[in-house]
Write a protein that binds this ligand. Structure first.
Ligand code: FRU
Length: 294
């Protein structure tokens, strides 16, 4: 006899075209399969704020017992999150935030900390504290998302202390996409004879920049740093010597679902759960892949 579904949990995903989000969905679905009392409904915002707003309104109408949301952007999704909260649905905000803290819990990585780790490593690659020399191309994620701002701010805590470091671009966003980053980098290569390091706010963008440099025959002169460290993407690119480093940004899929179930079962949950990061370079890329069975 199939177990009766006690809880219906709605999960509103921002998009599934990005590999990290495809993995995120796999993780949450796999975790849900371990909880036979849970029915999980997953929606796909298709990278459009209006679509994701409509998805959440639908989930509210279906009276889900809990709402998990990974918003495309903060401002545009804040209203529906507030509606859910007002409808007494416990809300779990995953990875990107919204402009209210009235939700039940936030689960995600610490993007300031990751930005700092990337900035510290960039300084090291360019000669070390007080001696670093070089030019940097930074490619931003979506401007309306907190992770992009946090990844920028953390990074600059380190690089801005270095008088020998010059930033070549001013707030150029590739919206987390490889092809957009390719174009930004192709232009940067045309207008700058010397580029020493690229900092992409995620791996697809760091890799897009790498491909642009490769097409210009200049990839060997440049260090590329990204964030996410998916085994099949960032970690493999580091192993292949295409990226210099990537920093793990674990998906909050499994943990988010576990926390929601915990809350529904009447247990207390913390206001925020911070997922750990890890630096991946040529030194440990292979070991990281082995851990994942690859
Ligand atoms: C996927 C993604 C990841 C990034 C995260 C930030 O949509 O762009 O690559 O780490 O979102 O929220």
């Amino acid at each position: 006899v199939a177990q009766e579904k006690k809880w219906t949990i709605g999960f509103s995903q921002a998009t599934t075209i990005e590999p990290w989000r495809a993995q995120f969905n796999k993780d949450i679905i796999a975790e849900a399969a371990k909880h036979p009392e849970v029915e999980l409904i997953v929606t796909d915002g298709e990278d459009k704020t209006e679509k994701q707003v409509a998805d959440v309104e639908n989930l509210i109408r279906q009276e889900v017992d809990a709402l998990l949301i990974s918003p495309k952007e903060s401002a545009g999704l804040t209203g529906v999150v507030q509606q859910a909260i007002e409808a007494n649905i416990p809300v779990f905000v995953l990875d990107r935030n919204v402009e209210t803290d009235k939700y039940t819990q936030f689960v995600g990585g610490d993007n300031v900390l990751i930005g700092r780790a990337a900035g510290e490593y960039a300084v090291e690659l360019l000669g070390g504290p007080g001696k670093a020399q070089g030019t940097i191309v930074e490619i931003w994620g979506g401007m309306g998302t907190q992770p992009a701002h946090d990844r920028h701010n953390g990074f600059h805590e380190f690089t801005d202390k270095e008088p020998g470091i010059k930033n070549l671009l001013d707030k150029q966003s590739g919206d987390w996409k490889q092809d957009q980053a390719y174009n930004i980098m192709a232009n940067a290569l045309k207008s700058n004879e010397k580029i020493d390091l690229v900092y992409g706010h995620n791996d697809p963008m760091a890799y897009g920049a790498y491909l642009a440099a490769k097409d210009a025959g200049r990839e060997k002169e440049i260090k590329f740093i990204g964030i996410d460290a998916l085994p099949g993407e960032g970690v493999t690119w580091v192993k292949n010597g295409e990226l210099t480093a990537t920093f793990l940004y674990a998906t909050p899929g499994a943990e988010g679902l576990r926390q929601a179930v915990k809350h529904l079962n009447g247990e207390k949950v913390e206001k925020a759960i911070v997922l750990p990061t890890e630096k991946v370079t040529a030194e440990n890329a292979e070991a990281v892949l082995k851990e994942k069975g690859m």
